[in-house]
Design a protein around this ligand. Structure first.
Ligand SMILES: [Zn+2]
Length: 319
C-alpha cells in the first residue's frame, strides 16, 4: 500500500517562482497604498453620528412619569423577610408594599395562602384593612390622620376623607369629567365613632334594627370610620342623590373605572350574603391602585372573597 505524500497538497498550492517575485516587488507598494488609504480615511471621516437616542422623539410624558417598580421578591427571600418590604411597611406606603410584593395579585395570593405573616387585615390604617360585620375596628375609637377635604363636596358633615384618599377622589372626579361625565362629589366621608353611634341609632329609629343593619354599620364596624370610604354622588346637569348615583352615567363610569384610581365598589350587587349589605354603588372603598387593579382584573365582587375571608352576612351578637 503506497503512503500518500502529506506535503503533496501543500506543494500543489505553492505559488510559482514568477508569482513569488512579483509578490515581493508589489507588497511594499501595497502597504504604502494601504497606509495612505487609512490616513486619508481618517482625515476625511465625517463626524461621528449623533447618539441614536437624541435623534428619537422624546418619550411620551405618561411613560416617563411611570413610577419605578421595585421587585424585591426573589427565589430565596419571602416578601415578609425582605428588608425592603419591612422598610415600606414602616413608612406606611401601602401601595408601594403591594407593588414591591410583585403586585396586587401576588400580594392577595400570599395572604390567601397564609404566606404573609407581616400583613394584618385588621390594622385600621392599612389599605388592605377589612372591616365588616364579623370584623370590628381595633381600637373601636380609631381615628385616621391626616384628613383632608376633597375638591368636590356637598355641604354637610362627613366632608373629610383621609388625605391620600382625598387626592385619589379628586383624580377620579377629574377623569370622569374628562370622559364627558359629571363631577364625582363627596356626600359622606369620614365619620368618627361618635358620629357613627348617632348615624346607626337614627337608622334604627327610622327603619327598625333589621333594616338598619342592612343599610348601616354598627359603630366600630364602619369603613367610614377609617377615612377610606366615600359615599359619592354625581353632579352632571344637576346633582344626583347618593341613592341615585348608580343609575347615572357618571356612576356607571365610576363602577367601570374607579379601580384605575384605587377605588372599588365595596357593596356590590348580589353580595349581601357575603358582605352583609344591600348593593351600594355609591359607597367607594379606597384600597390603592395595586389592590384595586387585582380586584378588578380578578373579577372580584367582595373584599371578603378577595382575601379568602369567611362571609360576613350578619353580626355574631344581637344588638
Ligand atoms: Zn358608605
Amino acid at each position: 500500500m503506497a503512503h500518500p505524500d502529506p506535503h503533496a497538497a501543500l506543494h500543489a498550492r505553492q505559488p510559482g517562482a514568477q508569482t513569488a517575485r512579483l509578490w515581493r516587488i508589489w507588497m511594499p507598494v501595497g502597504l504604502i497604498v494601504t497606509v495612505a488609504g487609512v490616513l486619508w480615511a481618517l482625515l476625511t471621516a465625517p463626524m461621528p453620528p449623533e447618539p441614536i437616542a437624541a435623534a428619537l422623539p422624546p418619550a411620551p410624558a405618561a411613560a416617563a412619569a411611570l413610577p419605578p417598580v421595585t421587585i424585591v421578591q426573589t427565589e430565596n427571600v419571602a416578601p415578609c423577610d425582605s428588608p425592603e418590604i419591612a422598610e415600606l411597611l414602616a413608612s406606611g406606603d401601602d401601595d408601594a408594599v403591594v407593588a414591591a410584593w410583585g403586585g396586587g395579585r401576588a400580594f392577595r395570593d400570599a395572604i390567601v395562602a397564609g404566606d404573609a405573616d407581616c400583613i394584618s387585615l385588621n390594622e385600621p390604617q392599612r389599605l388592605w384593612l377589612v372591616v365588616n360585620k364579623r370584623r370590628s375596628l381595633e381600637p373601636q375609637n380609631y381615628a385616621p390622620k391626616p384628613l383632608a377635604i376633597p375638591a368636590a363636596i356637598r355641604e354637610g358633615d362627613g366632608d373629610y376623607l383621609r388625605a391620600d384618599v382625598t387626592e385619589a377622589l379628586n383624580q377620579l372626579s377629574k377623569a370622569a369629567q374628562d370622559a364627558g361625565h359629571g363631577e364625582v362629589v363627596l356626600g359622606s366621608g369620614y365619620r368618627s365613632h361618635a358620629v357613627q353611634v348617632q348615624n346607626f341609632q337614627s337608622h334604627i329609629d327610622q327603619f327598625g334594627i333589621a333594616e338598619a343593619e342592612a343599610q348601616s354599620a354598627r359603630p366600630g364596624h364602619s369603613e367610614h370610620q377609617t377615612g377610606l370610604a366615600a359615599d359619592v354622588l354625581a353632579c352632571e346637569s344637576h346633582c344626583s342623590g347618593i341613592l341615585d348615583f348608580g343609575d347615572t352615567a357618571t356612576g356607571r363610569w365610576v363602577a367601570d373605572n374607579g379601580w384605575r384610581y384605587g377605588f372599588i365598589v365595596r357593596y356590590d350587587h348580589g353580595q349581601q350574603g357575603i358582605t352583609g349589605y344591600e348593593p351600594e354603588p355609591w359607597h367607594l372603598r379606597f384600597v390603592g391602585k395595586e389592590l384595586a387593579r387585582a380586584y378588578h382584573e380578578g373579577g372580584f365582587t367582595s373584599l371578603e372573597k378577595f382575601f379568602g375571608l369567611p362571609d360576613a352576612p350578619d353580626y355574631i351578637d344581637e344588638w
